[in-house]
Every structure is written in C-alpha cells, then in structure tokens.
Design a protein around this ligand. Structure first.
Ligand code: NAD
Length: 321
C-alpha cells in the first residue's frame, strides 16, 4: 500500500514529490504514510490539490528535536513570528521568545500567547538598543549555552513613510527603517554566532517590495532590498561555520505591521483573485517553510530568498476580471 501511494505521489510529481521526499529524508520511509482520505487526492480523477496541501500542512513534516530556536517579532496572534514559533514548536524545537517592551502590557500578552509553546527563554529586546541585544546574548549564554536557530521577524518604519510619495522619505525615517528592519539582522546575528557552535540556521522575513515596486511599500522596499543583500553577504561569510542564512519572502498578510501600509487590504484581495493558488498567504504556510529552512532537511540551502506567496511573484501582469 505504502509503495503504491509513494509511486502515485511521484507520478504526480512537483510539489507533492518534493514534500514526500523532504519528509522521507527526515523521518525515513515510514513517515510518508497518508491517511485514507488523503489518498483520494492521489486518485486519477483528482480531488483538489488544496485539500492535499492543507492535509500536508496539518502534519509535522520536519524534525527540529534537540534544536534551540530564538524567535523575535511576536506581537500578537496574527504575527508571522507566532505562526513560525508554532511550526518550530510542533517540529520539536525548544523555543526562546523575545518581545518589544512597548508598554507594560506587552510582556503579559506575549507570555500568555506563547504559553503552549513552553518557551524556556523569554527576553525583552528592543533591537534599536545595543544594550538590549547584549543582554539577550548574555541570557542565551547563561540559560541555553548554545543556539541553533535564529528567526529575525521584525521591521519598523514610520507610518508616514508607508504611504504617499517615496521621494518625500525623510532622512530620519530612512535611517530608522534601515536600522530596525535591516541592520538588526546583522547586529543580532553577530551577537549569536559565537553561540552557534554546532552550525545553525538564520531565517529573516522579506517581501516582494524588495525587488519590485509595490504601492506605498516605499522605504520598506529599500530596507528589504538591503535585508536580502545582507542575507547573501552573511550566508557567504558564515557558510564555513555551517551557519545558513536565508529569507522567506512572504505574501501579504494582515498583521499589525502590514496595517501601516496604505492599501494593504486591496493588495490582499488582488492576490486572492490573481495569484496562481488563488488565495492569500497564511502564517501557517510561512511557518512551515521557515521550519523547513531551519531544519537539516534544508542543509544545502543558504543565501536564498524563498517565496511563500501563493505564487504571486511569478506573475508579470494581471488582468482584472
Ligand atoms: N504581513 C505581511 O504582509 C508581511 C509580508 C512579508 C514580510 N513581512 C515581514 O514579516 C515580519 C513580521 O511582521 P508581521 O507582518 O508579522 O507584523 P507584526 O507587527 O506582527 O510583527 C512585527 C514585529 O516587529 C517588532 N518590532 C518592531 N520594532 C522593533 C524593535 N525596535 N525591536 C524589536 N522588535 C521590533 C514588533 O514588536 C512586532 O513583533 C516583518 O519583517 C515584516 O516586514 C510581513
């Protein structure tokens, strides 16, 4: 039965085959078992691929047991970082969380939200303050000793720089966006590398606006372009230490940060109507790909930007229906 299902998956090719082999390489052959209802998808007369991918997403396909993962950028349950933290936890990673101490309530909110993930490290860290990055590094050193995975999932720009004309971007607004959204990857990575003694995986979050003009994304597009270039420089430099550095370029998702971008809701609707997969991106999808990149299943991948955007990035033009 298993052999039949596997060959059926292989015959279908594409994504299914890749997921199946990623799964096999991590868990061995037996992990590539499908529940009976999943096998309907493999039948010749076809059941929706969406059903298949939902099924695949619902089951852990990556093994991160024994790995310690530091996740930045959880603000609330819509945060991409929260989706990533859940995926890493589901794959067996030990979780460490940082939060931005914006006000007295944030710590309690993030603590409550992440309770189920049982974080063994919980640290306040404003990346605009070098002393807080130094404190984070000390906390990791004393509580964990080493770290295997660093998820950089944060960004900031003034609201006025995310709407209107790019040419009006102020020098201060430019520096702020670059410093928090881009330089922080370099600075925190530098603090963590001495503790990545057994190699490691660093994943940051980017967006299409890094390489194409997206209305109102403006200064953040420049920051993300710098972020993607930083990924390549860091990957080249840290590769000999077996530390991999990649970016996930996520499709538009409604979050606190994205709500500052003028017209985001319209863009999400446009993606739903036009992206090859005809739906918007979910934090679960981003979480699962990030977990893959963090895992040994992605051991040969570094310096890359992986699009998790329902395929929107491949489109050159769309026609409104
Ligand atoms: N939402 C989207 O459509 C989308 C798409 C692609 C990429 N991204 C990227 O994903 C990442 C996470 O954003 P999100 O959409 O989940 O929004 P979010 O608002 O949930 O997360 C942004 C996080 O950045 C943190 N942050 C801001 N300034 C900080 C500082 N000085 N120090 C430490 N943390 C700070 C916030 O506390 C928050 O947790 C960002 O890099 C964003 O650019 C988002």
């Amino acid at each position: 039965m298993l052999g039949f299902l596997q060959s059926a998956v292989l015959a279908k090719g594409g994504v299914s085959r890749n997921l199946c082999s990623a799964r096999s390489s991590v868990f061995g052959e037996a992990a590539c078992v499908y529940r009976p209802e999943s096998s309907r998808v493999l039948s010749r007369n076809g059941v929706s691929r969406a059903q298949f991918s939902t099924k695949m997403m619902a089951e852990p396909i990556i093994d991160l047991k024994g790995k310690k993962a530091l996740i930045t950028g959880i603000a609330n349950n819509r945060s991409i970082a929260y989706g990533i933290a859940k995926a890493l936890h589901q794959a067996g990673a030990e979780i460490g969380v940082t939060y931005l101490p914006m006000n007295d309530k944030v710590e309690g909110k993030v603590r409550d939200l992440t309770l189920d993930l049982e974080p063994s490290l919980f640290v306040s860290c404003d990346v605009s303050k070098p002393e807080e990055i130094a404190n984070l590094s000390e906390e990791i050193k004393s509580k964990w000793g080493t770290v295997d995975i660093f998820i950089h999932c944060l960004a900031f720009a003034n609201r006025e720089d995310l709407t209107g004309d790019f040419v009006n971007t102020s020098k201060d607004g430019f520096s702020l966006a670059m410093s928090i959204s881009t330089y922080s990857l370099i600075e925190v990575t530098n603090a963590l590398v001495p503790m990545m003694t057994d190699g490691g995986s660093i994943v940051t979050l980017s967006y299409l606006g890094a390489v194409k003009v997206v209305p109102n994304y403006n200064v953040m597009g420049v920051a993300k372009a710098g972020l993607e270039a930083s990924v390549r420089y860091l990957a080249a430099e840290l590769g000999p230490k077996q530390i991999r550095v990649n970016a996930v370029s996520a499709g538009s998702i409604r979050t606190l940060a994205s709500s500052a971008i003028g017209g985001i809701q319209t863009m999400i609707k446009h993606v739903e109507a036009n992206a090859p997969l005809r739906r918007a991106t979910t934090t679960e999808e981003v979480g699962n790909t990030t977990a893959f990149l963090a895992s040994d299943a992605a051991a040969g991948i570094t310096g890359q930007v992986i699009y998790v955007d329902s395929g929107y990035e491949i489109l050159g033009a769309t026609i409104e229906k």
